[in-house]
Structures are given as C-alpha cells and as structure tokens.
Ligand binder design. Structure first.
Ligand SMILES: Nc1ncnc2c1ncn2[C@@H]1O[C@H](COP(=O)(O)OP(=O)(O)OP(=O)(O)O)[C@@H](O)[C@H]1O
Length: 261
C-alpha cells in the first residue's frame, strides 16, 4: 500500500562532527507504506541520519519532520509511533526476554499483562519460546537480534527504523523477516531499512536511497537505478555509483601484506 502522504520529510539536512560535514544537504520525502533501502559506504552517514530522526543526535541544521511533527519542536509524542532496531543492540543482559520485553512494553504504555501476552506470541513465531524465561546473556547473537526486532514492534508503530536488522539471523529467519516487512508495509507501515546486504535490499525495498559523501547519490526503485546505471545487480550499481572498482587491487595488497614475513 503506497499513497502520497509523507511520513518523513527531510529538508537540507546537514550535520558536522568537529569541522567535518557528515551530512551535506539531504532532501528526502518518505511516503506511507514505502520500504526505503537506505544504503551507502561505511561512514556515509546512514546511522547519523537515522539517529537524528530518532531524536538521539542533536546539532543538525535543516528540517526534519516525522509524522507531521518537526522533531526540533520539543513535541516528542511522535516517538510513540516509531520503532527502532539499532545496529548494535544494547540489551539488558541480566534480564530474561520476558522481563525485557514487558519492561519495554510498559515504557510504551502497554500493560504488563498485555505486553507479556503479545511478547509470548511474537517470541513463539521466532522460535524462542523455550528461551523466553532465560537470561538474554545466555542468548546467541541471532536470538538477541530477534528480541530487538520484537521489542521494536510491541507497540505497533507506524514507522520502523531498522539498522542492519539481519545481523546474526539464519537463512530461515531472514526469509521470515523479509515476509514480515513486506506484510507490514502492505498494511501501511513505513520501513526505513539500512543494510549492507545488497541482495536483500534489492528484493525488499520499494525505493532505494544511496548515500555517499553526505549526499544522496541515487534515489529510486531498483529498476530505475538499474536503467540509470546500466548495471545488473544492486551490488554492481552500488560499486558504480560510489566510484569503486579497486576491489581486486585492494585484496591483492592485503593478501601480500598478510604473507610478508
Ligand atoms: N559521535 C560522533 N562523533 C564524531 N564523529 C562521528 C560520531 N558519530 C559518527 N561520526 C562520524 O560520522 C561519519 C558517519 O557515521 P555513520 O555511523 O552515520 O555512518 P554509516 O553510514 O552508518 O556507516 P556504517 O555503514 O559503517 O554503519 C563517520 O565518519 C563517523 O566517524
């Protein structure tokens, strides 16, 4: 489901750390029901953009509106309508999944009982039923990631920000998550999806935004990007648009250095 109601509006967004601009004039309108694949080289500023939208990073210039609210206005009620899976999960390790998820549910204003019931159903879908009452410290990487994904969805948000959400997930879980994202978008949720796994981004995104040098280098559907760059896969398009073709030389220099006595 896609319509023309903007849920995220970014105008001339700039952000600098010390004297260096990390974001150098980003303009972006995201519409309800879109799955935005937000991609770019390491250090391009993807996480910075997401953290600004979440209200976690200050000091930017330009305008950022989420669900109609200018996030610099002091009105933070929009935060109840967004969910976030960070790249590096800071989970309270000593809690069980049940304790963690009911705690997060309560933060979002859901009763403990309702959060527990919902969390159980979601945990069950991800095959974590047995581990629900175990401490998260005993979880594998993928199991933790599933808890993070569940915690971002407990309050049924309208916009989801996913930063490398597949990290640690096995192939079966990736398939399930891809379907979940597609279904959520069909229900009108907007998904802002940042990842380096190009074949997944290529498949699930309704629109791909490529960031480089603090600016948007490309913005369109996969087929539009393909037409424009005359390349086959998103990986190749990414290489071409970021001006990268030295993988072989870099690998050779690396291996030569490894082999030196
Ligand atoms: N708190 C900070 N202080 C100083 N520099 C920062 C800070 N946070 C990010 N940066 C710098 O801003 C740039 C963009 O970082 P960001 O994490 O947004 O990139 P990214 O596109 O998400 O990268 P990756 O793909 O590696 O996750 C990097 O050069 C990083 O060093």
């Amino acid at each position: 489901m896609e319509n023309r109601e903007p849920v995220i509006t970014i105008r001339d967004l700039r952000m600098k750390y010390s004297d260096r601009y990390v974001l150098n004039g980003i303009d972006l309108e995201v519409f309800k029901g879109q799955i935005i694949g937000y991609i770019g080289p390491n250090g391009a500023g993807k996480s910075t953009t997401v953290k600004i939208m979440l209200g976690l990073v200050e000091g930017y210039t330009g305008e950022v509106k989420i669900l109609g609210t200018d996030i610099s206005s002091g009105d933070i009620s929009y935060k109840r309508r967004i969910g976030y899976v960070p790249e590096i999960a800071e989970v309270y390790d000593t809690l069980t999944a049940k304790e963690y998820l009911t705690f997060i549910g309560e933060l979002y204003g859901i009763t403990r009982e309702a959060a527990d019931e919902k969390a159980r159903r979601l945990v069950d879908c991800f095959g974590l039923k047995e581990a629900y009452n175990s401490r998260i410290s005993s979880y594998s990487k993928g199991m933790r990631q599933k808890v993070m994904i569940i915690s971002s969805l407990l309050h049924n948000p309208d916009i989801l920000f996913f930063d490398e959400p597949l990290s640690g997930l096995d192939a079966n879980s990736v398939m399930v998550l891809k379907e979940i994202l597609t279904l959520l978008a069909e229900q009108g949720k907007t998904i802002f999806y940042s990842s380096h796994i190009m074949d997944v981004v290529e498949k699930i995104s309704s629109r791909i935004v490529l960031l480089g040098g603090g600016q948007i280098l490309a913005d369109g559907t996969f087929s539009e990007l393909k037409d424009r760059s005359k390349e086959g896969s998103l990986e190749q398009i990414f290489n071409q648009l970021t001006g990268f073709n030295e993988h072989r030389q870099i690998a050779e220099a690396f291996v030569a250095a490894v082999q030196e006595a």
